[in-house]
Design a protein around this ligand. Structure first.
Ligand code: TTP
Length: 404
């Protein structure tokens, strides 16, 4: 089925990681987030793909070119991020008007069997069961189980099924994309869904697994998910006395030196170096050309390309942007002594990550002075620096108080 993937978002909740790249291009294991969406869509039955792009569009275009896995790829540009209905409207000229079409958010991970069920159901909306539906758009259904609409953040949610931002629309919906602006000032696809519900029996397809990747800790979660599906493979250069256990991938052109212990799942990408004498464990990606040096421990973290943690450092549950450099002895705190979930600033608010273990997020090219301590939940901006022996207690981007 023809498929539209929305990838024009700016990803403001993901700052500073999206200062220089669109959220769909953030790394999840060995490829960008949106490539997982695209690959799942192809496996589920996409016959053509239109990617709606906007912010830093060229990054997405150059990654995909004009086909993926034998399926043709086109691009539609949404100049201004005016809402999801507006994004699909930008894609409409690429669609066959007599055929139904699928729309997927390009910043989510889907499991293929669930997505295949969605592709087999026309019209339909994908949904996911959560414990706290009041924070989401919740699906309302009639007595026959068909969807009647989406209620945004209801006080008394009619179900635990939330809208997973994935739809199969009938062909007619291409004529319904000129919706009115919503109360929050956007042109919303849920208004197009509401019309589909009025005119058709729309099924709710419950996804077994699904992850919306909006904030930095969800990028860690996305990597944890996809690393758990990894089959170990050694194509790079691994010292005889390195100990690798669990699924570990060492890509061609990567080096694992003497005395290194890696407990998978872990991925060491091409051109990366680990060791000598380093300890890498639990759902870690060492990005292309990144370096983990002597006496460094890295746990459950994503090091983007070129990030360097050279000596005597600890990195836990953290995301380090491209070409970040850790001065010797830099340590990351990833646990509160009161056992509460670590919080992080997101657009002016201190938000619970829901994670007892969570470290730091560093923008591209941030550098720490030697012996810097980074408190749990802090972010450093793109190009940010710390002085030697500095103790960073609070978020350095929005200045809000982090967790002490
Ligand atoms: P959001 O996650 O709501 O927006 P965003 O990706 O820009 O992130 P943030 O809120 O942090 O700034 O968007 C959901 C999906 O829809 C996502 O895949 C991006 C896409 N989208 C568009 O393509 N165009 C739009 O105008 C909007 C609002 C979203």
């Amino acid at each position: 089925m023809q498929t539209v993937i929305l990838a024009a978002g700016r990803g403001t909740r993901m700052h500073p990681l999206t200062d220089r790249r669109p959220k769909p291009m953030l790394p999840v294991t060995d490829r960008p987030l949106v490539a997982h969406t695209v690959d799942a869509a192809i496996e589920a039955g996409a016959t053509s793909l239109t990617l709606v792009v906007g912010y830093e569009a060229d990054d997405v275009r150059s990654f995909f070119g004009d086909e993926r896995g034998g399926v043709p790829v086109e691009f539609a540009v949404q100049e201004e991020q005016r809402g999801t209905a507006d994004a699909v409207r930008a894609a409409a000229p690429t669609l066959d008007d007599d055929e139904p079409f699928v729309v997927l958010n390009g910043d989510a991970l889907y499991d293929v069997p669930s997505l295949s069920t969605l592709y087999d159901s026309v019209p339909a909306v994908g949904s996911y069961t959560v414990d706290n539906p009041s924070s989401y758009g919740v699906l309302d259904t009639d007595t026959d189980g068909f969807v009647t609409g989406v209620i945004e953040k209801p006080e008394n949610p009619p179900s635990n099924l939330i809208n997973a931002g994935s739809y199969v629309f009938p062909a007619e919906a291409q004529q319904w994309l000129n919706v009115e602006e919503s109360d929050r000032g956007e042109l919303e696809l849920t208004d197009v869904l509401a019309r589909a519900c009025d005119e058709f029996d729309v099924q709710a397809v419950a996804f077994d697994r699904w992850l919306d990747v909006g904030r930095p800790w969800e990028l860690l979660e996305a990597n944890e998910w996809k690393l758990s599906e990894l089959d170990g493979r050694i194509d790079g250069d691994v010292s005889d006395d390195a100990e690798l256990t669990g699924p570990v991938v060492v890509e061609e052109g990567a080096t694992v030196r003497s005395g290194v212990v890696i407990e998978g799942p872990a991925l060491v990408r091409k051109g990366a170096t680990v060791g000598p004498n380093a300890y890498v464990r639990g759902a870690t990606v060492v990005g292309e050309g990144a370096k983990v040096g002597h006496a460094v421990e890295v746990k459950n973290s994503v090091l983007m390309e070129g990030a360097t943690v050279g000596h005597l450092s600890y990195v836990g549950d953290s995301v380090l942007g491209r070409d970040v450099n850790f001065g010797a002895g830099t340590k990351v705190a990833n646990l509160r002594h009161d056992g509460e979930a670590v919080r992080q600033m997101v657009k002016g608010e201190l938000v619970s990550t829901g994670r007892r273990k969570y470290g730091v997020v560093l923008g591209d090219e941030a550098k720490t002075g030697i012996n810097t301590s980074l408190n749990a939940g802090v972010r450093l901006p793109t190009g940010g620096m710390t002085k030697p022996s500095e103790s960073v207690l609070y978020d350095r981007i929005e200045g809000g108080k982090g967790d002490e």
